[in-house]
Ligand binder design. Structure first.
Ligand SMILES: [Zn+2]
Length: 214
């Protein structure tokens, strides 16, 4: 089996528009955290209503160009989460470390499928994020990438303990930053979420694996 290799690439800015085949839509949504340091939460789905099926008379001639669109909002949208002792009483879960994740970010994404082009979808974006996307303070709130989680699981399966897996992961990400102009200074800089994996991430993967093998 080949080793899952985490990719530590610098984040890139989100383009104004992304057009992809319809069947690649979900894959593209999944690339956002790793590529652009943004997580989108699915919102509503809107289907264009066919004028022929309307019972009431159409007052104004309105032509819809889309057959459907779907809205998404930033994972930092919404009210601040209530944390502290009050929440701990009602919840068995450990208090969340990501307490300040929700900061009412107004940024949104829309995926549109046009009538004239039913095999493709277009990603468009509205409003700026109210947080510095791609900075360490911001990307530490992103999930650890699938590739890195798989790397951790493979190392655990090989029989290494959590501490050793953490050491190997740290060493791997340190030596595998694929920055375009990677000089020595650049390599020291934290540019990607997976460079700052908390020991809890390794431990959680260990726990999950133990649960499934019991
Ligand atoms: Zn945002």
């Amino acid at each position: 089996m080949t080793l899952s290799t985490p990719e530590i690439k610098p984040y890139i800015p989100i383009p104004d528009e992304i057009k992809v085949p319809l069947d690649q839509m979900d894959q593209v949504i999944e690339t956002f955290p790793d590529k652009y340091a943004v997580v989108w939460i699915a919102g509503k789905f809107y289907q264009s209503t066919d004028p022929e099926t309307r019972t009431e008379p159409v007052k104004r001639k309105r032509i819809t160009l889309h057959s459907w669109y779907k809205t998404y909002f930033c994972h930092r949208a919404g009210e601040k989460e209530i944390t502290g002792p009050r929440k701990m009483i009602t919840s068995k879960k450990r208090p969340r470390q990501k307490a300040s994740k929700k900061i009412g970010c107004p940024a949104g994404m829309r995926i549109t499928c046009y009538k004239k082009d039913p095999d493709n979808v277009v990603f468009t974006f509205k409003n700026q994020h109210n947080h510095a996307v791609g900075t360490k303070e911001d990307f530490c709130l992103l999930p650890v990438s699938k590739a890195t989680k798989e790397f951790i699981r493979q190392k655990l399966r090989e029989g290494h303990d959590c501490k050793e897996v953490q050491r190997q992961l740290n060493s791997y990400v340190r030596n595998n930053i694929t920055a375009e102009n990677s000089d020595d200074n650049r390599q020291q800089e934290v540019i990607h979420r997976d460079q700052i994996v908390d020991p809890n991430v390794v431990y959680n993967q260990y726990k999950k694996m133990k649960e499934t093998t019991l």
